[in-house]
Design a binder for this molecule. Sequence first.
Ligand code: AMP
Length: 397
Amino acid sequence: MKKYMKILSVNAGSSSLKFQMYEMPEEKVLISGTFERIGIGGGFYTIKLNGEKIKKEKELADHSVAVQTLIDELLENKVIESLDEIKGVGHRIVHGGEKYASSVIINDDVIKTVEELSSLAPLHNPANLIGVRTFMELIPNATQVGCFDTAFHQTMAKREFLYPVPYEWYEKYGVRRYGFHGMSHNYIANRTAEILENPNARIISCHIGNGGSLCAIKDGKSIDTSMGFTPNAGLMMGSRSGDIDCTLIPYIMDKTGESLDEVINDLNKKSGYLGVSGISSDSRDIEDAAAQGNERAILAQDMYVEKIVNYIAEYYLELGGADAIVFTAGVGENSKDTRKAIIDRLAPLGIKIDEEANNVRGEEKLISTEDSTVKVYIIPTDEEVMIARDTFNFINK
Ligand code: AMP
């Protein structure tokens, strides 16, 4: 007999908390929402329930207040009758280092390890752990599961993940490429294999949103990805530079008098689309400005596309060809112009876009022509459902 249960999928940041509650195994979303401005004043939260969106102002002194408010809303709206109905809480955790190649049931040892890994993700792991601890305290009977952004990429070969730097940096300090967006690339791997009815498909997953990474997938496994030791590697992004020559850091420090932290901040927050265009980190603004002939917006778009095309070409060779190229995340799902610009550049490989099919937003769709050598899809990503699935699978054993 099938066991039905309610599972919460949680993404806790330092001042925010996003959640979705699923009825599993149906994967039906019962309620979802976001708590914002936790601990910094001016708190509020939004909830989506029965197709309605509600926004409420409430001071959220800390994550405990947010989670307690969430529990109250679940009870008041009769999404649950009692807390015992929530059998599992799955937490998105950014960094699992080399320790976690898959999701894991959270216990004291796991918390200690995630804490130790905070040196690799100082902004994210501590915030994720606040979420874990709060839910463990307030919903103690639920199984808590950690789902790592890095885990999916642990299948990369050493030749792919090592940097050509002194080897002891890797051995002593964990210097290597880890890759991120793992829950998303894993979702794309599963869904594409399902569509193609081929578990061994060679897939190039293009997760391009405000952050962006590409992933080369074979037999359902990540064999390469464009992010690295941190998420500021690989592609040009909304406000991140992606790959640069590291020696420009001391050069800029010397020229501007900025501190190391300030230059790193420039590379994370003032680069990419925003840095090149001087307009915005949002691709919609860049597209509008480019359409009006703004030269730097056009340049930013060209550079953005160029980096993605280069990675697709690299992964095409690495995979020995490709069965599918998939676009996902904010830009990938919504920007027909960006998709077309990328696929047009792949013409030498016989890859062709169907412009009419491409004229959609946020919808799962085949957008290549019938005679294209590689199928091209838009597949909206769903990181939350991956967290819910992993959590459910632990409990349903
Ligand atoms: P994400 O990080 O996946 O939430 O993606 C957010 C980004 O997607 C935004 O910053 C925009 O650059 C981009 N985006 C969202 N909607 C559109 C759209 N309709 N056209 C172009 N880009 C979009």
